[in-house]
Design a protein around this ligand. Structure first.
Ligand code: FAD
Ligand code: SF4
Length: 469
């Protein structure tokens, strides 16, 4: 049994979340958020009320038994806690670091009604970092196992592959990039999600017998139809994400010092620009990031770490509408990122040499909501200029059109693959899809949930031998 603590404390308040000092961390890419110590973990786990209806679990898109794992932690059993989490979630060390817990499990925590919600994310991280087995027992698919191809190695593809391998399928993941992980590898920087954490989770998926083939672009190297008709795959899962950046369509966006956040982050995170890699990267002294989601925060905080003197976030809505996780906004501000809210970019200005010299904006004000997020409209005559010499555009992404364009009969709607529902069945027999490729840019845990549901549906499909070619 864990020793009882003598520390007197307010049970309404969570144990503060430890993090590295902002002045130091803004100069490196090491992880910002630190793990609880054992003593801190025990104190925080003690706060759980073990509510019989577990509203926290209902707020979790993959339905983790949250009071169950917290109970194990309170008994100092990190391994038991990990096993509970792992039974519902294939990538606990990842989700504990990147999930927007404040609007999922923690947002539903009963403790949060009168005080501070349990720090469920940080407790999950403790279980993942301390309770995961050093090695995963290897699995090998039987010789007559059905062959399934998974396209894309992001959270949707990895989850689908791991689930199918556990059910006894021979799974091959085809990944266009040279490294597996999807956004976890090329998008989210290591100060939020250390690369070794992602690599360990991927190794655990491979240990289940999943074969991951990188540098294979489906639609170019081979098509979906060829996988099914010539390569002997009996089902295909499309988890190709939403990696195509959107631009605002304003004048000046084609200036050389303007890039998408996806390009910027890929060069920094995947290609190691300015930290040993050969990929070139332009970095301004005054960098303006347009948008305020997680992608924008990541780009802004990378620019800080690479040495930009001034980094700004420019967003047309107000503070309440900022879509990034609260923790990322807090960390960005601590690291010196300046927020220009209610500022709608109209034009990117150039100097006499054709280089970025600023962003012309209009102030905005709240307007009638159209049912979704509160709308903001530009205020006539409120024009002003934000001084900058680089612009990073982070206003969203859509699915890459390559797979739909090379897969006749695959139904899409506004670029997203259309599915029949949670099972992820598409307009083509034997072809399933999930994650950002279906929903548009969303979250890691939703992509994982979609990968899991599709794996169940694929398994059911494979049991019905009439379908099998
Ligand atoms: P992806 O992760 O995009 O993976 C798709 C994979 O498919 C990629 O590796 C791609 O190379 C591959 N692929 C594409 N086309 C082909 C092809 N033709 N052939 C072979 N392979 C192909 N979510 C959160 O929950 N929390 C966060 O903090 C968070 N931060 C984010 C930060 C950034 C910078 C970005 C970009 C996204 C962030 N998200 C966050 C969103 C989250 O990462 C995505 O919702 C999630 O990764 C979607 O998973 P996926 O598997 O559907 O797609
Ligand atoms: Fe514990 Fe909060 Fe879940 Fe209740 S809602 S069981 S207090 S984590």
């Amino acid at each position: 049994m864990p020793e009882k603590t003598e520390i007197k404390r307010d049970m309404m308040k969570r144990i503060p979340l430890p993090e590295r000092d902002a002045a130091i961390r803004r100069t490196d890419f090491s992880e910002v958020a630190l793990n609880y110590t054992r003593e801190e973990m025990l104190l925080e786990a003690e706060r759980c009320l073990h509510c019989p209806t577990a509203p926290c679990s209902k707020g979790c898109p993959v339905g983790i038994d949250i009071p169950g794992f917290i109970g194990k932690l309170a008994a100092d059993d990190a391994k038991g806690a990990y096993e509970i989490i792992r039974s519902a979630n294939a990538l606990p060390a990842v989700t504990s670091r990147v999930c927007p817990q404040e609007c999922q499990c923690e947002g539903k925590c009963v403790r949060g009604k009168k005080g501070e919600a349990l720090a469920i994310g940080r407790l999950e991280r403790y279980a993942a970092d301390h309770g995961a087995p050093a090695e995963v027992a290897p699995l090998t698919a039987p010789a007559d196992a059905p062959k399934v191809a998974v396209i894309g190695s992001g959270p949707a593809g990895l989850t689908c592959a791991a689930e199918l391998a556990e059910k006894g399928c021979a799974v091959t993941v085809f990944e266009a990039l040279h490294r597996a992980g999807g956004v976890l590898a090329y998008g989210i920087p290591s100060f939020r999600l250390p690369k070794e954490v992602t690599e360990k989770e991927i190794a655990a998926v491979e240990a289940r017998g999943v074969d991951i083939q990188t540098n294979v672009v489906i639609g170019r190297s081979i098509t979906v139809a060829e996988l099914l008709e010539e390569e002997g795959y009996q089902a295909v899962f499309l988890g190709s994400g939403a990696g195509l950046p959107r631009f605002a369509g304003i004048p000046g966006e084609n200036l050389p010092q303007v890039c998408s956040a996806n390009e910027f982050l890929t060069r920094v995170n995947l290609m190691h620009a300015r930290s040993g890699g050969e990929t070139p990267l332009y970095l301004g002294k005054k960098v303006a990031v347009v948008g305020a989601g997680n992608v924008a925060m990541d780009a802004a905080r990378c620019a800080v770490r690479l040495g930009a003197e001034e980094v700004m976030v420019v967003y047309r809505r107000g503070a309440e509408e900022v879509p990034a996780r609260a923790e990322e906004v807090h960390h960005a501000k601590q690291e010196g990122v300046v927020f220009h809210l209610q500022s709608a970019p109209q034009e990117i200005l150039a100097d006499e040499n054709g280089a970025v010299a600023g962003i012309k904006c209009l102030h905005t004000e709240p307007a009638e909501s159209d049912g979704g997020r509160r709308a903001y409209v530009p205020v006539e005559g409120s024009e002003f200029v934000i001084d900058c010499d680089m612009v990073i555009v982070a206003i969203g992404t859509t699915p890459n059109p390559l797979i739909p364009a090379t897969t006749p009969g695959l139904a899409t709607n506004r670029g997203c693959i259309v599915t029949g529902g949670e099972a992820g069945d598409t307009s083509l027999p034997g072809v399933f899809a999930g994650g950002d490729a279906v929903s548009g840019a969303a979250t890691v845990i939703l992509a994982m949930g979609a990968g899991k549901n599709a794996a169940n549906a694929i398994w059911e499909y494979l049991q019905n031998k009439e379908h099998i070619r």
